[in-house]
Design a protein around this ligand. Structure first.
Ligand SMILES: [Mg+2]
Length: 384
């Protein structure tokens, strides 16, 4: 295909990239345009519930669990499949039932052009308020599909340099010193750790990790601290021990206390539970110094891209995070990672029954496969 033909079809000056693609037998590779110029038919949605098995019991400030419900979606057009996923940790209020109920209301057959993403996502958003994970599963599948139809990964369609992906953290949940030590040793390939805090062993958590490794640490309190003086004391304690930032230190309702802490803390204070969608972003200014964006909270890649743009304008730091998810949703988030300061994209590594291969962690860094769409392929043992 001539370069000008590609630009005409896709509206994207990515022709030079096509020549540089390497082919791997049996896998989709970037550079192959599917469906372009002979569009026809309508979009077909299918989905199934699935239960992720966690490798370890996962404990945060308010709860423990060993499984996470997800729904795996597929949007098919012209023989090409785009994959998406909704992940529903219990604290966000969505479930297998709510996601399946939402998806049953979605009629994508009315659309005959998958590139009309603004219209399709506006229709989906208008079906019901909330249901952000369900909506994200459709947004991700649509991005995967259109990227595959264009033969390009999304990082390239957005003009991002895959060499600029950040180092990602690996999460260590709250546990006894022995288990924390063991998990930290297991995570020795990672250049960053995320430590959960907010119960009664905060100092022990970081001291135990420090007895094993000197790598920088993110700290996530999941709203576990109630007293701002204690929070400030801990911020200094963590800062003196290689901390990078503190995420959601206090309940999201304690706005004055959090703003007080942010002003005095030696480390950036990030919002996680306090913010879901782009509509929540503006009120964060002056209260937090950064935000944690997750596709399952904000509704997908499109919304996350808009949030990143807006947060940058507000001078905020940005972490891109995830839930426990398969490589589908994690790889979708990874496409955005060259735009952010920090990544916490380990959700697929915390489970034992992934159904996709996608982004990998190489030398601690988020590493994007050169495959079209969100860069995933189905594992052979468990196909949709
Ligand atoms: Mg968090």
């Amino acid at each position: 295909m001539k370069k000008r033909d590609f630009i005409k079809i896709g509206g994207l000056a990515a022709g030079a990239m096509i020549a540089g693609c390497k082919s791997t037998a049996g896998e989709p590779v970037a550079g192959t345009i599917r469906g372009a110029g002979k569009r026809g038919g309508s979009l077909k949605l299918s989905y199934r519930p699935y239960e992720l098995q966690l490798r370890h019991v996962f404990t945060v400030a308010a709860s423990s669990r060993t499984t996470t419900p997800v729904v795996l979606t597929t949007i098919e057009y012209d023989g090409v499949k785009g994959f998406g996923e909704a992940s529903m940790p219990p604290y966000l209020g969505e479930s297998h039932e709510s996601v399946l109920s939402f998806l049953s209301k979605v009629n994508l057959e009315q659309f005959s052009d998958p590139f009309m993403r603004e219209d399709i996502l506006a229709y989906i958003d208008g079906i019901m308020p909330g249901n952000h994970a369900a909506k994200a599963s459709l947004d991700i599948a649509l991005h995967d599909l259109t990227g595959k139809l264009l033969g390009q990964p999304w990082f390239r369609l957005w003009g991002l340099d895959p060499q600029k992906t950040p180092v990602t953290s690996f999460t260590i949940g709250i546990d006894t010193a022995d288990v924390v030590r063991e998990k930290t040793l297991e995570a020795s390939a990672f250049k960053l750790l995320k430590i959960k805090m907010g119960r009664d062993n905060d100092r022990e958590m970081i001291d135990t990790v420090r007895s094993v490794t000197g790598v920088p640490v993110f700290v996530d309190v999941n709203q576990g601290w109630k007293d701002r003086n204690y929070a400030l004391e801990m911020a200094h304690y963590i800062s003196e021990r290689g901390g990078v930032f503190i995420e959601q230190p206090m309940p999201k309702e304690q706005l004055d206390d959090i703003a007080w802490l942010t002003e005095r803390s030696p480390l950036p204070i990030l919002a996680d539970e306090a913010l879901q969608t782009v509509d929540d972003l503006l009120p964060m200014k002056g209260i937090y110094s950064g935000i944690n964006i997750k596709l399952m909270k904000c509704g997908g890649m499109d919304a996350a891209y808009k949030m990143i743009t807006m947060a940058r304008q507000m001078g905020m730091k940005i972490l891109i995070g995830c839930m426990t998810e398969t490589s589908c949703a994690v790889s979708a988030a990874a496409q955005l990672s060259p735009l952010v300061d920090w990544a916490d994209l380990d959700g697929n590594l915390l489970i034992s029954n992934d159904v996709y291969d996608g982004m990998t962690v190489v030398d601690g860094r988020v590493t994007l496969p050169d495959r079209p769409g969100i860069g995933i392929i189905e594992k052979k043992s468990d196909n949709l």
